[in-house]
Design a binder for this molecule. Structure first.
Ligand SMILES: NC(=O)c1ccc[n+]([C@@H]2O[C@H](COP(=O)([O-])OP(=O)(O)OC[C@H]3O[C@@H](n4cnc5c(N)ncnc54)[C@H](O)[C@@H]3O)[C@@H](O)[C@H]2O)c1
Length: 317
């Protein structure tokens, strides 16, 4: 069987890891990459011995099977739609696009051109989350906490699209019910977007999810706690660890399962390759990516509504 021919578009903070992982996969051939930075093109074409292009459209001459799109979010649509329209399978980083309309259009294009369209919600491939796949049946209450320092690199989106969306996607994958109500608050401190946010979602089946995210914290933390009827799961995404407390015979039994830790990005990119080879739907397809984006946009709109209300109250004084 001929090896699949892959390329990476955008080799910055995260894209350089896509390049590294593809270069180590024996089942595919990393044939090229693109970045608008000539410096990065020179550095990585030398390091990996593959062609680098400053113009991603030139990659069409490389007879590619698939690409991973790791450019800033505002350019996801432009880059991903170009490859999809040319019949090339696409894995696009999270959030899928900057607007829900763009996500819908990419989804429709991927169906029309019959290509794999995967979205990089990496926590689905976190070994701690994978270990709980069958254990969490009917969550009733979920709370997530995601904190990190501000990185001026991320200017195009706020904290909800930057990091809270990871937890939104995980919660949507766990709760088998439509969203009934969303409430949210947030403030912008150092950027033009919200830098700290808190959201509360009630699902139609009664499940409640609370999300807190901040990109203004010296402390780094990525945790989610999930309460079932008879058990409580505490997940540390960063350490890939899980603690479980179960109600048993009127008492509480504690467990800390042994988890075989893997690099989530490696598992995610391997899944992309398998999807192309087996012509199957990705674990996180364009559909799941757009659903997470829609909830994230609803949260952002709630934050903006409150901001307007607050400003108009302030003006009236
Ligand atoms: N899954 C995750 O956990 C995770 C983590 C970090 C970033 N991301 C996502 O990955 C994407 C990239 O983030 P980043 O932190 O690597 O950003 P970055 O700014 O470090 O890198 C983006 C790169 O894209 C290049 N670029 C811009 N326009 C281009 C174009 N037209 N053609 C080719 N290259 C182009 C830039 O020169 C830069 O090197 C964002 O969508 C972000 O949300 C996801």
């Amino acid at each position: 069987m001929q090896k699949l021919r892959l390329a990476v578009i955008g080799t910055g903070h995260l894209g350089k890891n896509h390049l590294r992982i593809f270069s180590e996969m024996t089942e595919i051939e990393l044939v090229a990459f693109s970045d608008i930075s000539e410096e990065l093109v020179d550095e990585y074409s030398e390091k990996y011995g593959v062609k680098g292009y400053t113009d991603f459209e030139k990659l069409l001459g490389e007879n590619l099977d698939g690409v991973s799109v790791v450019v800033p979010t505002e350019f996801h649509f432009k880059v991903a739609s170009f490859f999809i329209k040319n019949g090339i399978h696409v894995m696009v980083e999270k959030p899928v696009t900057k607007t829900a309309a763009e996500a819908e259009e990419l989804l429709a294009l991927s169906q029309k051109h019959d290509v794999i369209f995967q979205v990089g919600h990496i926590e689905r491939f976190n070994s701690a989350i994978l270990s709980l796949k069958n254990a969490i049946q009917a969550p009733r209450y979920i709370e997530s906490l995601r904190l990190g320092p501000f990185t001026p690199r991320v200017k195009d989106v706020g904290v909800v699209l930057d990091i809270m969306i990871h937890d939104i996607d995980i919660v949507l994958s766990l709760v088998n019910s439509p969203v009934e109500r969303i409430d949210a608050v947030g403030v912008s401190v150092v950027s033009a977007h919200e830098d700290i946010a808190n959201a509360h979602i009630v699902f139609k089946n009664g499940t409640i999810a609370n999300f807190s995210a901040s990109r203004l914290s010296n402390e780094k933390c990525r945790k989610i706690r999930i309460f079932n009827n008879d058990a409580y799961f505490s997940v540390d995404y960063a350490d890939q660890e899980v603690k479980i407390q179960k109600l048993q015979n009127g008492g509480i039994v504690e467990e800390k399962p042994e988890i075989q830790k893997e690099e989530p990005l490696k598992l995610e990119l391997q899944d992309f390759i398998k999807c192309i080879q087996e012509k199957r739907k990705p674990v996180v397809s364009g559909l799941e990516g757009s659903q997470a984006l829609k909830v994230a946009m609803d949260i952002i709109n709630k934050i903006k509504e409150r901001e307007k209300l607050f400003n108009s109250d302030d003006n009236s004084k």
